[in-house]
Design a protein around this ligand. Structure first.
Ligand SMILES: Nc1ncnc2c1ncn2[C@@H]1O[C@H](COP(=O)(O)OP(=O)(O)OP(=O)(O)O)[C@@H](O)[C@H]1O
Ligand SMILES: [Mg+2]
Length: 238
């Protein structure tokens, strides 16, 4: 399979504060990568940098053979990169169906439309006429993923899908993942919940304070190795 996304030495700053230090990352078309790490590790910054919401201050972002580091966000959406942001960011004064249609504004040709979304996400179908403000956290999360899919992405970036949701709701949302990956969509999922991340991922990359501290196949590491990388225990011991 071909490489869809490749980051080479990507750094990102908030003013003088450096949140990412020379990140390398590769995503093969069709695979699912879990990016894990503790609070403040730089996971959301990484997704925002790929989506174009934060500029990379150093390095290259190759997508489908082109360096997209200077492209504005809407051009990246047109190229097939869609983000489900941390905190869901559902428009509260729009209905769920209107939220979905916003996601289709720069859409590419592809399988996802309202009909398929409603088949795949019963949570969203049931609430289509409700205003965003009136949804539960789980319904908002499902709607936010559905909104990203409406652009027919090749690369779907999911930030903290399960945060703050009851386990039964998380399960319901993750039940849609096979339908998404079956379309050949490449997925980068950020989770603080290790088990959830590893249950869907082919590979895992762990960040600690803006740097990659572990990277490999999801079944390659023991829980202890991952936990040590996650909390930086190796580094403290040395
Ligand atoms: N808007 C901002 N302005 C200044 N610093 C920021 C901003 N957003 C994030 N940071 C800082 O950048 C670093 C990385 O933050 P980021 O949100 O990417 O982490 P994260 O891994 O997504 O954490 P969390 O698990 O809490 O979502 C943190 O030190 C954070 O305080
Ligand atoms: Mg975050």
């Amino acid at each position: 399979m071909s490489t869809l996304l490749q980051l080479e030495g990507v750094s990102t700053h908030y003013g003088d504060f450096r949140a990412l230090y020379g990140i390398d990352l590769t995503l093969t078309e069709g695979e699912t990568l879990a990016v894990i790490g503790a609070n403040g590790a730089g996971k959301s910054t990484l997704l925002k940098t790929i989506a174009g919401l934060m500029p990379a201050t150093d390095g290259a972002i190759w997508y489908d053979g082109e360096d997209i580091a200077v492209l504005p966000t809407y051009r990246r959406v047109e190229a097939g990169i869609a983000l489900t942001p941390e905190g869901r960011k559902i428009f509260p004064s729009l209905t769920i169906e209107e939220n979905l249609l916003v996601g289709a504004y720069r859409k590419r040709p592809g399988p996802w439309d309202l009909k398929r979304i409603y088949e795949t996400f019963p949570l969203v179908a049931d609430r289509r006429a409700r205003y965003g403000a009136h949804l539960s956290g789980g319904e908002q999360q499902a709607a936010a993923i559905a909104r990203a899919l409406m652009s027919n992405p090749r690369l779907l970036l999911l930030d903290e899908v399960s945060l703050g949701l009851a386990p039964v709701v998380v399960k319901e949302i993750y039940a849609a993942m096979p339908a998404i990956t079956a379309q050949g969509t490449t997925v980068l999922v950020v989770e603080q919940d290790l088990s959830q991340a590893l249950s869907v991922a082919d590979r895992v990359q762990c960040l600690l304070e803006g740097r990659t501290v572990l990277e490999g196949r999801a079944d390659e590491f023991s829980r202890d190795q991952m936990a040590a990388a996650y909390f930086g225990l190796d580094r403290e011991a040395s």
